[in-house]
Design a protein around this ligand. Structure first.
Ligand code: BES
Ligand code: ZN
Ligand code: ZN
Length: 500
C-alpha cells in the first residue's frame, strides 16, 4: 500500500472510491449522521432504514453510486461523537482499508475531515489514520508461491488541513511507526529456519542502514563468551546455530546525557530444551523472539523520528534446542554480573539470556531500562491476549508507562512484584534457581529473577508480551489473525519521548 496526505477539497477530487464516515445518532437526533453533508442527504433512505447506523467499525459499501468524481462510496462507522478516540480511529481505518481491498480497487480517497474538522484532534487522528492504514495493510505471504505480486493500493487521505504543519508531522509520525511495526512483525512471522540469531542480527543491521545516528554492533559467540554472558551461552549450548548479542545505539542528544535502554528476548525458536515442550502448538515458539524484534523496531522508530534522546537497544538472541551439549536440568551457569543460577527447567530460558542483557544494560548507567519478552505461559493465563502485563517497582516509571500506553493506545496492566517473589527464586546450590520454589505467580517470579540483574536504583520495567506478541487479530482489526503484532513498539517510543 502507498498512501499520502492530500491537501484538497474532497469535492474536487476524482477517484474510483471515496471513504466517508458516519456517526451514531445522539439522543436528540433520530438518525445517524454521514459526515459529508451532501452524501448525508443522498444516503437518507439508508439512514432511515438503519442500513447505516454509525456504529463503530460498521462498513456499508455502495457500489456504482456515482457521486461527484467517485464511483463507489464506502461508509465507515465511527460510533458516538463523544466516544471517538485515536484508538477508535485506528480501528475504523482497518474497516476502511478492508473495504477498499475487497472492492479490488487500486485507488481510494478518505474524507479525513469527516472524522474531525477541529484542529485540536486533527493531529492525533492523522497519526492514528496513518497507523491504522499501514498496520492493516500488513500481509505475510512471501513464503507462498505465486502470491507475491498483489496489487498496490494507493490511498489518499484528503483533508483541508493537509498543509497544516502539525497535522502533516503527526501523519508522518504515524507512517513511520506503522512501517516500523510492520518491519518487526515480519521478523516475528518468519519461521525459525529463516530467522536464526544470525539472520535476526543481520536484519537489525540492514534496517538501520541509512538511518542517521544509529549504530548497530553484533557480537558473535566468541565475543559473547569473552564478555562472560553465561546465560546466553548456556542456552545456546544446545543449538548448532550461533547466538548473537545485538547492540543498537542511537545518539539524538548530547553525549553527556545518559541513555534510555531497551532490552529484548530474541529467542528465535524455543522447543524448551531438555525440559521439552509438548508438540501441540510448539510451532508458535518461532514467535519467542518478538520481544527482540520489537526492541529492534523501537530503536529504528526512535532514530527515524529523530527523538532528542540517547537510546540503546540490546537483544540477546539464541535458539533453545537440544543436542549433546545442551544445558541439563541442574546445570549451573554464571551470568555476566557474577551471579550464579541453577537451571532447574531448561524451558525457563528467556530469563537466562535476559540476565546477561540486563547486566550489560546496567553497566551503561542508563536513565531507565525497559524490556520486552515472551517470557511466561502464566502471563497468557493471567491476562489472555488483550493486555501486556508489566512489572516495575518504580512509581515514577509506572506513571510514565501509563502515560505512554494512553498515547499509543496499547493496553497494559500493572502486575505485582514483591520481595516474596524474589525469595521464591533462591537457589539450592547456586545464588538463584531459574524456576520458583513456590506455586503460582509464574510471571511475577520470572520478573523477580530478572530484577536480580538490574543495578540498584535504575528504574526498570519488564513487559511480558507472551499473550500479546502474536495472534491478537480477534481483538484488534489492524492486527493479523495469527501473526506477530509488534506489541509495545509504539508504547516504548512514547516512553522514550518522555526522556527528551
Ligand atoms: N517462551 C516461553 C513462554 C511462552 C509460553 C510464551 C507460551 C508464549 C506462550 C518461555 O520460555 C517458557 O517456556 N516459560 C516457561 C517457564 C516455566 C518452565 C517456569 C513457561 O511459561 O511454561
Ligand atoms: Zn521456554
Ligand atoms: Zn521462551
Amino acid at each position: 500500500m502507498a498512501f499520502n496526505l492530500l491537501n484538497k477539497d474532497i469535492d474536487t477530487l476524482t477517484c474510483p472510491a471515496l471513504v466517508v464516515f458516519s456517526k451514531s445518532s445522539s439522543q436528540k437526533d433520530k438518525l445517524a449522521k454521514v459526515t459529508h453533508s451532501e452524501l448525508h442527504k443522498a444516503l437518507l433512505p439508508s439512514l432511515e432504514e438503519k442500513t447505516i447506523t454509525g456504529k463503530h467499525q460498521e462498513c456499508v459499501v455502495f457500489r456504482e453510486f456515482s457521486f461527484k468524481g467517485f464511483r463507489h462510496i464506502i461508509v465507515v462507522g465511527l460510533g458516538k461523537e463523544n466516544e471517538i478516540s485515536h484508538e477508535s480511529v485506528r480501528q475504523s481505518m482497518a474497516s476502511a482499508y478492508e473495504a477498499i481491498k475487497s472492492l479490488n480497487l487500486t485507488e481510494a480517497a478518505i474524507h479525513f475531515d469527516g472524522i474531525t474538522a477541529g484542529k485540536k484532534d486533527a493531529a492525533d487522528f492523522a497519526k492514528a489514520t496513518a497507523e491504522g492504514l499501514i498496520l492493516t495493510s500488513y500481509v505475510f505471504n512471501e513464503l507462498m508461491s505465486g502470491k507475491k505480486d498483489a496489487k498496490e493500493i494507493n490511498v489518499h487521505v484528503v483533508s483541508k488541513m493537509g498543509n497544516d504543519k502539525t497535522v502533516k508531522a503527526a501523519f508522518n509520525e504515524g507512517a513511520i511507526l506503522g512501517s516500523v511495526v510492520n518491519f518487526s512483525r515480519r521478523l516475528g512471522d518468519m519461521p525459525g529456519n529463516l530467522m536464526t540469531p544470525t539472520i535476526l542480527a543481520n536484519h537489525a543491521v540492514e534496517g538501520a542502514k541509512g538511518v542517521a545516528n544509529l549504530k548497530v554492533t553484533v557480537w558473535d559467540k566468541a565475543r559473547i563468551k569473552k564478555e562472560k554472558m553465561g546465560g546466553l551461552l548456556g542456552v545456546s549450548n544446545g543449538s548448532d546455530q550461533e547466538p548473537r548479542f545485538i547492540i543498537m545505539e542511537y545518539k539524538g542528544a548530547a553525549a553527556s546525557k545518559k541513555p534510555v535502554c531497551f532490552v529484548g528476548k530474541g529467542l528465535t525458536f524455543d522447543c524448551g530444551g531438555i525440559s521439552i515442550k509438548p508438540g501441540a502448538g510448539m510451532e508458535e515458539m518461532k514467535f519467542d523472539m518478538c520481544g527482540g524484534a520489537n526492541v529492534i523496531g523501537t530503536l529504528l522508530a526512535i532514530a527515524k523520528l529523530k527523538l532528542k534522546v540517547n537510546a540503546v537497544g540490546l537483544v540477546a538472541s539464541t535458539e533453545n534446542l537440544i543436542n549433546g551439549s545442551a544445558t541439563k536440568p541442574g546445570d549451573v551457569h554464571t551470568a555476566r554480573n557474577g551471579k550464579t543460577f541453577e537451571v532447574n527447567n531448561t524451558d525457563a530460558e528467556g530469563r537466562l539470556i535476559l540476565a546477561d542483557a540486563l547486566s550489560y544494560a546496567t553497566e551503561l548507567e542508563p536513565q531507565m531500562i525497559v524490556d520486552a519478552a515472551t517470557l511466561t505461559g502464566a502471563m497468557v493465563i493471567a491476562l489472555g491476549n488483550t493486555h501486556t502485563g508489566y512489572f516495575t517497582r518504580n512509581a515514577a516509571l509506572k506513571t510514565k508507562v501509563e502515560k505512554a500506553a494512553g498515547e499509543s493506545g496499547e493496553w497494559v496492566w500493572n502486575m505485582p512484584l514483591t520481595d516474596f517473589h524474589v525469595k521464591d527464586m533462591k537457589g539450592t546450590y547456586a545464588d538463584l534457581s531459574n524456576i520458583s520454589s513456590g506455586k503460582g505467580a509464574g510471571s511475577a517470579t520470572a520478573a523477580a529473577f530478572l530484577e536480580q540483574f538490574v543495578g540498584e536504583g535504575i528504574p526498570w520495567a519488564h513487559f511480558d508480551i507472551a499473550g500479546t506478541g502474536w495472534a491478537v487479530g480477534n481483538r484488534l482489526p489492524y492486527c493479523s489473525k495469527k501473526g506477530a503484532s509488534g506489541a509495545m513498539i509504539r508504547t516504548f517510543v512514547e516512553i522514550a519521548k518522555q526522556y527528551t
